[in-house]
Write a protein that binds this ligand. Structure first.
Ligand code: NAD
Ligand code: ZN
Ligand code: ZN
Length: 395
């Protein structure tokens, strides 16, 4: 079959690989009909390149039609239409019982100190082949796959694999009080969806990004917007937010940026090298180049009001990142974070999508592309070119 494989930093290729097969009696194999490109894939494309091996199949946002089922699978049958959550969770361990599916004990990775395995996320997360491919093996067939109706185009349900539950959990963790203001850092797919959900929940939402067409999308959905580059960068954002909120700051902030350092050509040049280095060496280099990898997080901590909540959906890495702990403690900031526990939210979200499209998912993707165009799509998505916000590949 054809699959998108990592071949080096900034080098994704579509290659011919062996078809996946049933390995355990509870596995299923699906024929992928749609599969998303995510900001998390950009970490593998560049920053986390050191964890990748040439030939790793990437992608973790897949749906399709069940092609084959293992002998013990009773929950789904050949021909069913299913969405695959990005975390590989067993559904029956202690962590899964707590609905902490991204910490599943059956698929944890002690050798890298990480939680549950993820599709397409290299040895860092269990070396499970990814979903940007024609076929995908899905373990735990009696628990993991989310069966969806055959009505509607794929995009109605595809984002149950990641974007919808991630933004949903981010919003829950943000704990916005009634009548409160939610600041969303980043208007990529995750920040965009979190802003939409915040607006739908009746909150006042302010979104921050520097890409005008991304800000226009959330604005059309009812969010106010701040362009980072028009307010003297991140310091300016916090100041502006206080101006908009009686001097106090936002009740809640969702950081949907993460360790983004691809904002400028200089950043891209430096990041290319520092992504392969340990943090202790990388951080001073980035500082010298004027890149603050924690820019969005620090803005979030600055812009949140005293006693407010900061919810991190964006992924951060590194052990030496300096956190302003005095400010955090003094302001009494509540901080919540983590990978989405996808399966904990899919039933609730699916029920909302069957009759209606409350978050605009039918028109959420800006690009539907054949798998063959993946190498170009990664490039454009990282550089935020071609009006690209959400790409869906059609293998
Ligand atoms: P993305 O990279 O397209 O979105 C990031 C956005 O942030 C971009 O639009 C960028 O212009 C903007 N940005 C950059 N620096 C900024 C700053 N200082 N202030 C405000 N905006 C800034 O990708 P995405 O798909 O939306 O993913 C966003 C983050 O969420 C990534 O870190 C991704 O890994 C993470 N993620 C987490 C989970 C989870 O389970 N927690 C799931 C999916 C994605
Ligand atoms: Zn994703
Ligand atoms: Zn489990």
């Amino acid at each position: 079959m054809k699959a998108v494989t990592w071949q080096g930093v900034h080098n994704m290729q579509v290659t011919e690989v062996p078809d996946p097969r049933i390995e355990e009696p509870t596995d299923i194999v699906i024929r992928v009909t749609s599969t998303g490109l995510c900001g998390s894939d950009l970490h593998l494309y560049e920053t986390l390149g050191a964890f990748m091996e040439p030939g790793d199949i990437v992608g973790h946002e897949a749906m399709g039609i069940v092609e084959e089922v293992g002998s013990e699978v009773t929950k789904v049958s050949v021909g069913d239409r299913v969405v695959v959550p990005f975390n590989v969770s067993c559904g029956s361990c202690w962590m899964c019982d707590q609905h902490l599916y991204s910490q599943c004990e059956t698929t944890q990775n002690p050798e890298h100190g990480t939680g549950a395995s993820f599709f397409g996320y290299s040895k860092l997360y269990g070396q499970v082949p990814g979903g940007q491919a024609e076929l995908l093996r899905v373990p735990f067939g009696n628990f993991l796959p989310v069966k969806v109706p055959h009505e509607h185009e794929d995009d109605r349900f595809l984002f149950l694999s990641d974007v919808l539950p991630t933004a949903w959990q981010g919003l829950k963790y943000a704990d916005v009080p009634d009548g409160g203001t939610l600041l969303v850092m980043g208007a990529g797919p995750i920040g965009d969806m979190a802003a939409r959900m915040g607006v739908r929940a009746g909150h006042r939402v302010i979104s921050v990004d520097r890409v005008p067409e991304r800000l226009a999308r959330v604005n059309a959905f009812g969010a106010e917007t701040i362009n980072l580059d028009e307010v003297k960068g991140n310091g300016g954002v916090a100041e502006m937010v206080r101006e908009l909120t009686n001097g106090r700051g936002a009740d809640s902030v969702i950081d949907a940026v993460g360790m983004e350092a691809h904002g400028s050509p200089v950043a891209q040049g430096v990041q290319k090298f520092v992504g392969l280095l340990p943090d202790a060496i990388a951080e001073p280099m980035m500082k010298k180049a004027g890149i603050d990898r924690l820019a969005a997080l620090h803005t979030a901590l600055d812009a949140v009001r005293r006693g407010g909540t900061v919810s991190l959906s964006g992924v951060y890495g590194g052990a030496v990142d300096p956190m302003p702990l005095f400010q955090m403690f003094d302001k009494q900031i509540q901080l919540r974070m983590g990978q989405a526990n996808v399966r904990a939210h899919t039933d609730e979200l699916l029920a909302m999508l069957i009759e209606d499209d409350p978050f605009g998912v039918d028109a959420f993707a800006t690009h539907h592309l054949p798998l063959d165009e993946a190498p170009q799509a990664y490039k454009h998505f990282q550089k935020k070119e071609e009006g690209m916000v959400k790409v869906v590949f059609k293998p």
